[in-house]
Design a protein around this ligand. Structure first.
Ligand code: DLL
Length: 436
């Protein structure tokens, strides 16, 4: 793999600033953001008043803990534009996340918000090793989803040549990567696997692809998956994180030279990790729910937003800003099987160790009699389709999951291609249990 480390002069000064400088900037910006939200969004005025706090009660960063949380339901209740802090005619862009139930969550950006978004995504792409003039194959979906257009904005800011291919039409994806000689690809890790399959289906060697780096996010994925993809394509695989409520992609990104977690771009997004049960702020290093406060956003300020993503914060390494560990899962994706908490990423880790199985999977939850059953739908790797190979692979996966994760599951091994493919975010869990 090519060395994509930054050269002297590649980074913005804030990326290597001292912690004191970062904290001073954050405090200034946080004061502004709390006041901006309080004065311009009736929801925040009411929620701060109900909690008996005012923006001027923030004297130091840790005072943020006095302010109330915001949850997804608050955004739905204020559908569509009730959380906006600027008049409609200052809004330059609207995005929305569909979610699985109810109202979509609508977010807005001013022109200046779009500039900031471009900068943080540019910083993210640079952290991943992309440089001005490189060609980026952007396979995140374009549209209301923030992935496609958010990455595009950052690629423009960095000065890349962008191929706005969006998701889908997998044969064409491979053809364009090869014909245009893409240096980097931005795509969900699950769709990257479909592109990988298509390389093989076309008789092409993915290790000889022009790609130097893949920038994967929008869904949880594991270090085991990183190894799988890096090996298959002979390229770097780095993690990009974000959510529409906070901005979109580019809230945090891994550095290609260290790959040790995602630096949160803390000059714009202030992270906290809380105990999801008590709401108490946890010290860095402890696992809990990630909470974000925007520091510079104009159209859609967000104060203490509970992401439901589980992670921990660590000190900076390649950059001074703190790192968040790879998100192991969302509290929404957590399955509880006979008292044991299970995340799809834990299944992914074990599955990737069984060489006779392909890396695609779905977890089905069924009610059998009075008991819940977890069934892993996966498929044979090419060359391991024979019945005895499949049985052995299924048995091995059952044992691994029992030993490492601590639950007994059933495993179905389908033919290659038998598991439904994603073109964006993978659906990992299908819950067939009757609704209570
Ligand atoms: O998924 C934004 C994005 C687009 C991020 C492209 C990265 C790349 P939403 O659709 O609002 O926004 O979904 C946000 O997706 O709360 C996480 O649960 C999950 N997620 C996003 N990035 C990661 C990641 C975009 N790197 C939700 N690892 C978040 C794990 C991720 N989960």
């Amino acid at each position: 793999m090519e060395d994509l480390s930054p050269k002297p002069g590649d980074l913005e000064p804030i990326e290597t600033a001292s912690r004191d400088e970062i904290a001073a900037l954050q405090l200034d910006r946080m004061r502004w953001s709390l006041r901006h939200a309080y004065e311009n969004v009736p929801f925040y005025k009411k929620s701060f008043d109900d909690a008996g706090v005012l923006p001027e009660d923030l004297h130091e960063l840790s005072d943020l803990a006095k302010f109330p949380f915001t949850v997804k339901g608050d955004l739905r209740d204020n559908y569509p534009f009730g959380m906006f802090a600027v008049p409609r005619d200052r809004v330059a862009r609207i995005h929305a996340s569909s979610g699985t139930t109810g109202q979509p969550t609508v977010v807005g950006y001013t022109k200046s918000d779009l500039e900031v978004w471009g900068q943080v995504v540019a910083r993210s792409l640079r952290a991943a090793g992309m440089r001005r003039g490189d060609l980026l194959h952007n396979a995140y979906g374009y549209g209301l989803f923030t992935g496609g257009l958010g990455i595009h904005l950052g690629a423009d800011t960095l000065g890349l040549a962008t191929v706005p291919v969006s998701g889908g039409m997998t044969q064409r994806q491979v053809r364009l990567i090869e014909d245009f000689r893409a240096d980097g690809i931005t795509v969900t890790p699950s769709y990257a696997l479909s592109i990988l399959d298509e390389y093989k289906a076309q008789g092409l060697d993915p290790r000889r692809s022009p790609l130097k780096v893949g920038i994967f996010g929008a869904e949880p994925w594991t270090n085991a998956m990183r190894r799988e993809i890096e090996e298959a394509f002979d390229m770097h695989a780095v993690d990009i994180y974000g959510l529409s409520e906070v901005m979109g992609p580019g809230v945090a990104n891994e550095c290609v030279e260290t790959k040790d977690g995602l630096h949160v771009w803390e000059d714009h997004f202030y992270p906290e990790v809380i105990d999801p049960e008590t709401g108490e702020v946890l010290p860095d290093g402890e696992l809990g729910e990630l909470v974000f406060t925007s520091l510079t956003k104009e159209a859609f300020p967000i104060i203490r937003y509970r992401t439901r993503d589980l992670t921990r914060l660590h000190p900076g390494t390649a950059r001074s800003m703190r790192r968040m560990e790879k998100v192991t899962g969302r509290s929404d994706d957590m399955m509880i099987l006979r008292g044991v908490n299970v995340f799809p990423t834990q299944i992914e880790e074990q599955l990737l160790e069984v060489t006779a199985l392909a890396p695609h999977f779905q977890v089905e939850l069924n009610r059998v009699g009075h008991k819940d059953e977890m069934r892993i739908k996966c498929e044979a790797a090419p060359g391991s389709e024979a019945d005895d190979a499949r049985q052995a692979a299924a048995g091995l996966l059952v044992r691994k999951i029992k030993t490492i994760v601590g639950v007994t599951v059933a495993v179905d091994v389908a033919d290659p291609g038998g598991v439904e493919r994603s073109q964006g975010k993978a659906v990992r869990v299908v819950d067939n249990r009757p609704k209570e």
